[in-house]
Design a protein around this ligand. Sequence first.
Ligand SMILES: [Zn+2]
Length: 442
Amino acid sequence: MLAKVEFVVPSVLNKGQGEKKISIQASDMQDAFAKVSEQMGDDFRRRVFDHNGKPRSLINIYINGKNVRFTGITSAQLKDGDSIYILPAVAGGAELTSEELQRYSRQVMLEEIGFEGMEKIRNAQVCVVGAGGIGNPVATQLVAMGVGKVRIVDRDVIEVTNLHRQHLYTDDDIGRVKVEAAAERLCKLNPTVKVEPVPTSVTKYTAENLIKGFDIVIDALDSVDARYALNDACIKHNIPLIYAGALGMLGSVCTILPNKTACLRCMFPELNEEEMPACSTEGVHPSILYLVAGIQVSETVKIITGREPTLANKLLYIDLNELSFERIQMFRQEECPSCGIARKESKLADNELIIEELCGRDRGKRTWTVTPTEPTPVNLSSMIKNAESLGYQVKTRGNLGITAVNSGRMSVSFLSSGAATIVGAKDKEDAVKIYKTFVEQP
Ligand SMILES: [Zn+2]
C-alpha cells in the first residue's frame, strides 16, 4: 500500500534555499527517505544519514508533529495525508556548510571519515612540532584536510639545502623563519583553518606549554633531546603523540597513547645526540619523508574520528630500497623514566640558556642554537638596530624573526621568542657571547 504524503525539508537541509515541500507516495518511512534522497541529492544524503544509511541521531523526524524517535523510525506507519518533517538538532558547533561539504567531499565520502568524521576533523586541534622535511608534508595534509587548528613549532630559518624536500618553501624564502613562511603558504592553501606559527625550540623547559590543550601532537623533530622532551610532556598531559623519524632511505613511525602503549623512552631509552646520524652527513630521500608523513596523518585522522590507530605499540619500519614495510611489536617498560612505575619529574633550573650544537652549515661552519629556558620575547626592530650597530647586515626581516650576517660570514638568526641560531661561532662559549651581545647591546 502506498500512502500519499508530504515530506518537508527545512532550509538548512536544502542548501539554505528555503523550506522545500515534496509530495511523494511511499510504503513506509524508509521508502519515503529513499524517494526524497533521490530528489535532494548527495549533499542531503551526507547530512541526514550515517555511514550505515540510517538517519543520524541528530536528525529528528516528525509525523504530523509527533517525534517518531519515541515510537521507532522503522515501525512508523504512513497513511494518506500525513505530513513528515525532519529537523537536525543544533548540537554545539555549526553544521558543515555547503562550501565545506564541497571542499571536503572526496574525504567525506570515505566510509572511514564521513560526515561525522569531518565534523570531528574540523573541531580538532593538532600541534605539529618541526617544520622541516616531515613537518612540511604533515602540515600541508592536515591544513588541506580542514583540521580546525594547526600549530606549527620550529626554531629554524630556511636554507637552500632544505628546498629539495621542504616544499612549502621557495628560493625567495631563504633566511626567513620557517614557521612564518609555512603559515603564510598554508593559509593560502586553506584559509578556513587556523594556522598558528610558534617560532621557538622544543626543550624540557618549553615542551609542556607548546602542547597543552591540543588533541594530538605530531613529532616531526630531528633532535633526540627535543624528542624526549616532547614525549615526556605528552605523557604528562595525556596527549597522543605520533612519532616519526626518517633518514637516508629509511623511516619509522609509531603511535604513542600515553600510559597505554610504549612511549619513546620505552622503545629507545638511551639515545645519545652525539651518536645519531644526521641529514647533513647521511642525506635523506624526499620520498621517505612523504611516506612517514602520510602515515602520521592517517594515524592522526583515525584518532580524531574515534577509530583505533594502527601503530599503537607497533613500530613501523620502512626501507625504501627494498620497499619493505615491517611492523615490530613494542612493549611498555616498567622501568621507563617517563611512563613507568619509577617515573620521576626532573627538577628544572631557572634562568638558563640552553645551547645545542646543530649540524654544520654554510660549508661546515659550526652552528649553535641558543634558547632561553623561559620565553623571552625580543623586539625585532631594536634587534635590527643592535645587529647593524654590531656591524651586521640584516638579510631578512619578518614578523617572527630576522637573519643578519657580518663580513666574517657569521650568520645570526633571532626569533621573536628569544631563541637564536648562530652559524660560525668558534665554540659554545663564543655562541653564548654573541647571543648576549645581540640581546644586551644598548
Ligand atoms: Zn615509557
